[in-house]
Design a protein around this ligand. Sequence first.
Ligand code: PLP
Length: 705
Amino acid sequence: MVKREYGGIDYFRVIAAILVVAIHTSPLSSVSMTADFFLTRIIARVAVPFFFMVTGFFIFSKQEKKQFSYSDFFVKIGKIYSISIVLYLPLNIYTGYFKGYNLFGNIVKDLVFNGTFYHLWYLPGIILGVGMALVLLKFFGFKNTFLISLILYIVGVFGDSYYGFIENLPVVNRFYHLLFQLFGYTRNGIFFSPIFILLGMLIFKRKEKLPFKLAITGFVCSLGLMFLEGWLIHVLMVARHDSMYFSLIPVMYFMFQVLFSLNIKNKKSLRAIPLYVYIIHPWSIVLVRGIGKVLSIEKQLIENSLIHFIVVLVVSFVTAYLVYIFLKKKRLKNYKKGRAWCEVNLSNLRHNYQALKNVLPQDCDIMGVVKADAYGHGDVLIASALQKEGVQNFAVASLREGIKLRKKGIKGKILILGYTYPKEFNKLKKYNLIQTVVDCQYAKALNDYGKRIKVHIKIDTGMNRLGEDFANTEEIIKIFKFSNLEVEGMYTHLCVSDSLLDKDILFSLDQMGRFYNVIETLKTAGHSPKNIHIQSSYGVLNYPELHCQYARVGIALYGMLSSESDQTRVKIALKPVLSVKARVSIVKEIKANKNIGYGGQFTTKESGKIATLTIGYADGIPRNLTDGKVMIKGKQVPIVGSICMDQITIDVTNIAGVQQGDVVTLIGQVNGEKITGEEVARKAGTITNELFSRLGSRLERVYHY
Ligand SMILES: *Cc1c(COP(=O)(O)O)cnc(C)c1O
């Protein structure tokens, strides 16, 4: 198949935009009214149908390449239309639009058919025309749809240029009267645009190029015909409005063919600017007139129609070009997420924090557990976001994590949950960190350092990990007697608080009982353990009523449970904070019976499409994520083949239009469709805590505030 080149069409967009500006500025009017008539009322009438044809043409071409998405198309045009409406509101207000009678009816009519400013009818014209064409095509096939559109066009012509001929026919007149009440004009998305959209589709569908000679002859002849038609209508004075001619259809058909047979190379950069010119040129007209008035150069600037036209044209194109550059830059800015990245939603973090705080007693504060780079979320930004919400206590696993937070300006208390090597005790002091006393022997080592150090004492109540054993009350009392230790708190850790099985609940209650007993003993011995804390996330969700100063919350702050199947006594609507995204690096058509990736782990059963992603196990995607899925274009597709260090392959056979550079979501939610961290963790045989804390440093982090 030869690659088709659309350069002719691309360049003509610029000419079409110039013609539209001409229609609204009448450039030749101060030279010759007749010349201006031929230019703006006849020649320039090809501009808008041309844009409709281009739309129809590219919709079909995209559909063939399976790159067309109805929703994308309508959302895009809808967006452009909405922005344009807002852009022209000031002029609407200035011209007294909102003071007219039957305002509501007019607004509806204008929004759907006429456009809210004189040139904007084109946008609802596209939406309505394409919508109608696509619906009709579905039910009636191409031929009939073409026929219906043609009939609609003929009806339209009689309500436009040919109105004078039928104005006096009684029944017909009544019919048109009704139409005009509904639409104002027939030049709209029902009578005008569908036939040209279909003509564009037809040219794409037939795929035949007319020989250049035939195309140009056809074009010249039909244009001659249109001159004649337009002129006759003009002298007979039958037109109600003059944009629809019968000969416009062959003119457009042959013109498109001519543009094709020129076979000029694509010029994609010319696709946006003419549209911007179209949208902003009425503002340029207002601006140029305003400037002419203010500077009192109306004679030179406005009354000479040719100069006026050229100045408006230049202003429009320069503005359009600036808009184009601005939008391009903005798009580039978003490309900081180039390869693979995490998006961190801090508003969800705030939601989780407040929701968790609400289930705890008033005087229990949340200690934000931000160890392991805040479970992969980025410790500094998470801690400062929590700090802004009022969190004054943080927990980290290691000395270095604590130092990092301090250096980045995190205030409040920072507790190191793990062991710090005695040679580094000086840093505890220097960075004002709180060290956990892991047992009595360690307390002695801390005391021997010789300077006052802040500590929390950890009690082992049954987990058999860190902490002085709960039974060794004498040892624990000894810790209080070390003169260099400033005991600020005391805590224990529950090891089965995530389970609601009876035996596990009993075990947890035992742990709590042991801890509170130690506290009582200490108090009787005259010591104050100060701030006590027991619960981690599941402690909060299953035992929220405990009386403590703090709860050390990690995973729940990040909007997840550890495991998908876990049940909790308190149910909070947690919102996941982090999503993981990457890009498609290549798409390949693969035949049946081919192996994908290392070790031939996966063999295609049928021919299909495989896409490779810019993310792998070095980024933290578990290598054993068998039967994993990712989301692309709003749909879930399976991971196939083994996961590589930097890449993953997925099966996109059933997804239309996947392209190099497309974004894929490995964890996260897009328009209601989602892949949760819990689900990925389950499939990888682990818990979310591990999955997220292992997300690689190679992933960029992007924050939404
Ligand atoms: C990690 C950790 C926590 C936080 O646990 P989550 O289940 O993530 O809330 C609490 N306490 C200690 C001692 C920890 O090590």
